[in-house]
Write a protein that binds this ligand. Structure first.
Ligand code: PLP
Ligand code: ZN
Length: 408
């Protein structure tokens, strides 16, 4: 889709489209830009989309800010399954609950949607080294995509990033900097480094094009529901980029005449790190120290909060929080009732959904989508901490028989 301009979310100043124009000159890091399209530049119909045999996010290539001639990375991303969660419907007396499993992406999180577009924009900018900071998933995603595209990466992660995510960086060959501090500091250092070294910046909460990759999850939900808009989408919030992307995707569909309304976007944060919830309630943003088992959303200074709050407000949505105990319950309840295993931040959306369902906040006929943003194998330490590991059993038939009787 033709980009008209890039517009500052804080002051409204407009900038011409360029792959390496990141933030507003006046507002700096708080002035994240929004990609504004010339919606009249494309004609697209449901029939044309439905006829596509490309089962990846590139089936929506016409609706993305990537030139036709730009080479894209080979990893297959998007078109993740949308499952009907019948057992969950039954438990809560609801009629339409769906689980969108974005842990099925190539590096096992929704971040791959952003990386796919990020790599394309880095190519348009002529960059050879890409840099990012991440709680873990954006890092492992960038590392995988860069490897597939033959580009180099320098990646900053906080000390507490789970081992599986750091391992992904190492196996993909990313130059990895483990910052002896929290994500928010790793983020600042990565921005500083991109400026000093001229690296391409793949921070979703800095580079405006990355949210445009994340918006494809909204297109897919719409298409997979038979070209229908759900009533609610539950999503966990860290920096707020996924939330912004969901809004942008549905907003695009309305502008293109393909849909006529937004779903209510319900953001879910961890109670130990809920700056967006507080800002929504009080109108005032206060930085926090992130403290939650859900490492991917342990973001005390959500950099894309302006875009995320616009998404929550304009969709008549809300931001709620759940405790770590509620997240831990969801770590088991979700896989046991749906077959989908999510990491703590991935099941946070499910915990928020459950909280609303138990409070009878959801009408029984509403169509609800719960977005699972990351795979459970990303953080097995957290998952196993809520399980009981069985003791080894003597390997003789009689003991096994006796033992199995105690299980069933
Ligand atoms: C990054 C991430 C989030 C939060 O996304 P934001 O765009 O930072 O709000 C949630 N869940 C998982 C698994 C993530 O990796
Ligand atoms: Zn500005």
């Amino acid at each position: 889709m033709k980009v008209n301009l890039l517009k500052c979310m804080a002051c409204g100043k407009e900038y011409p489209d360029a792959p390496d124009r990141y933030v507003c000159d006046k507002c700096g890091i708080d002035g994240i830009l929004d990609v504004v399209y010339d919606y009249k530049s494309i004609k697209i119909s449901r029939e044309e989309i439905a006829a596509s045999k490309n089962y990846s996010l590139w089936r929506y290539r016409k609706m993305l800010p990537v030139a036709d001639s730009t080479q894209i990375a080979p990893l297959q991303v998007g078109w993740t399954p949308l499952y009907r969660a019948s057992a969950v419907e039954k438990v809560h007396g609801l009629s339409h609950v769906y689980i969108k499993d974005d842990g099925r992406n190539p590096t096992a999180s929704l971040k791959d949607r952003a990386s796919a577009v990020g790599i394309a924009k880095a190519r348009e900018a002529g960059a050879s080294i890409i840099c990012a900071a991440s709680t873990g998933n954006a890092a492992s995603s960038l590392a995988g995509f860069a490897a597939s595209a033959g580009l180099k990466t320098v990646i900053f992660v906080p000390k507490r990033a789970p081992r599986a995510k750091v391992t992904q960086l190492l196996v993909y060959g990313a130059k990895t900097v483990i910052v002896d501090d929290c994500y928010d500091r790793a983020f600042e250092l990565s921005v500083e480094t991109t400026k000093k070294f001229g690296f391409y910046n793949r921070n979703c909460a800095y580079n405006p094009f990355l949210v445009e990759g994340k918006k494809t999850v909204a297109y897919e939900i719409w298409e997979q529901l038979g070209f229908e808009i759900p009533d609610r989408v539950y999503v966990s919030i860290g920096d707020g980029c996924i939330t912004s992307g969901i809004y942008k995707g549905f907003y695009d569909l309305i502008q293109l005449g393909l849909a006529d309304r937004l779903p209510r976007i319900i953001g879910v944060q961890a109670a130990g790190c809920n700056p967006v919830e507080v800002a929504m309630k009080t109108g005032e943003f206060v930085a926090q120290q992130g403290n939650t088992i859900a490492d991917s959303i342990a973001v005390g200074i959500p950099r894309n909060r302006l875009k995320a709050m616009r998404a929550l407000k304009e969709s008549n949505g809300d931001c709620i929080s759940v405790t770590d105990d509620e997240i831990k319950s969801a770590l088991l309840e979700m896989p046991r009732s749906t077959g989908v295993f999510g990491e703590p931040a991935g099941v946070t959306a499910f915990a928020g959904f459950k909280k609303h369902a138990l409070a009878s906040n959801i009408r029984t006929d509403e169509k609800v989508v719960v977005l699972i943003t990351g795979n459970g194998l990303k953080d097995i330490e957290s998952a196993i901490s809520v399980c009981t590991l069985p003791q080894p059993v003597a390997p003789d038939s009689a003991t096994i028989e006796k033992h199995v009787k105690t299980l069933v």
